[in-house]
Design a protein around this ligand. Sequence first.
Ligand SMILES: O=P(O)(O)OC[C@H]1O[C@H](OP(=O)(O)O)[C@H](O)[C@@H]1O
Ligand SMILES: O=c1cc[nH]c(=O)[nH]1
Length: 511
Amino acid sequence: MLFQVNPFDIEIGQYKVMLNLVDARELGMNPADRVRVKAKGASFTAILDVTTQMVEPGTVGIFTEAHQKIGEAKEVDIAPAPKPASISYIKKMMDEVNLTEDQIRTIVQDIVDNNLSDIEISAYLTTLYIRNFDSQETEWLTRAMIDTGERIHFDTHPVVDKHSIGGVPGNKVSLLVVPIVAAAGLLIPKTSSRAITGAGGTSDLMEILAPVEFSADEIKEIAESVGGILAWGGATNIAPADDKLIKAEYALSIDPYSQMLASIMSKKGAVGADSVVMDMPVGPGTKLPTAADGRSMAKDLIDLGDRLGIRVECAMTFGGSPVGRTVGPALEVKEALTMLESGQGPNSLREKSLSLAGILLEIGCTAGMGCVAARGEGRAMAERILTSGKAHQKMMEIIEAQGGDPAVKSDDIEIGECSQDIHAPTNGYIISFDNKRIVEIARNAGAPADKKAGVLIHKKMGQVVKKGEPLLTIYSSKDWEVQRAANDTLRDMPIVVEGMLLERYPRYSQI
Ligand SMILES: O=P(O)(O)OC[C@H]1O[C@H](OP(=O)(O)O)[C@H](O)[C@@H]1O
Ligand SMILES: O=c1cc[nH]c(=O)[nH]1
């Protein structure tokens, strides 16, 4: 059937068209069915949406991505098309049937080609959240994610890299690890995602200091010129399925295990990393509640690395409370820059950054030339690089190479002008600290979209507090978001303060 084109200037990350209900009925079609769209020089499959009001009969509403395909065409031919094969493979996953390499590749290709609707992508992720792929399926998934995008081939080796599985609030350590390692002369082309379950991913943070969206060629050029880069993986054509999946994961606040392994390792594989240190925060409320979970994941990551020819070193890190005292993009950047400028700051941030950087210095080795640091000496070398100011200088070079201001100071970073303190309700000790609630509060205040929103933590687990002292300060650009976050905090406090006397048990029955 021929239809007049009505362009909708709306980007939705999918090829989607909208028909009037009358026309959809005549074609025998329902919402989410697939249609073949043909115009002069273009033919592609799109997802159907149906309306009674937004388009007239005889007209087709065409969303931005589909409109770009048809160019200037004023009329298109629309006919029913079969649903992608991926949908039946996702159903197999639900029925606990293992997939073949081809089937996994088809799912990844359909995601990259925008052939799956949000509902279908959510179904894929939800199934993986409930039921993991086995190690062979995970390897195929990782390889498919690498092969459907661009790869970077560096002339110099070793190429080292660092990645966190995330899950602990305030994990700004990449902003320290990358410049320390690059200042030691190693090549570290770091690509990160945005927040998945948190209130600010490394790319959300770095974007405050410099642009993070680069092509694969630009990543190569910048990393080779200054030794390091902190780029957003989602902007490149590197593992392009990853960002589409992460968008859906962020909405559901889930990070399914097998997809997480493939997401991380595909980004490492695509930049040709030789050696990678993996930060795995362990503790209640993180993605790895117990040390046993941590060890099991470490085994899987090392195994996947071996299959791909990447040396993976796993560092199980303390995830029991936030890293440093800030959660949310601008607050975290301010804290990280302060540490680069002065070498000083919260112990948790300093220790974690130096330990991870130290491991990379010990595993960044060249055949015949040895490693940058001898075994057991990496942390001390990382500390010297931080305190000498070389890491700060390198970070400024990286910021400049990415197009930011190399004279930026921690004092220049603006945080939300609206704020509210949350006070201790009584004298006592912090006896419980809920990581997940801290993230919820920062998200309620507007993070990560509002870069100035977040939480400043005044008191951590085990500290003594006096009644009325601030426990947290919530920041946002908008007063109503601070109010909403503060009200939510007071309804269900993330920090519990108790005196030494927990409860007085009555000597005689009160009845
Ligand atoms: O939002 P949650 O789930 O905490 O984790 C996501 C964060 O963890 C990783 O950090 P990095 O790239 O190693 O710095 C990701 O790239 C992302 O920034
Ligand atoms: O890059 C990342 C980090 C954590 N989890 C993912 O799925 N991808």
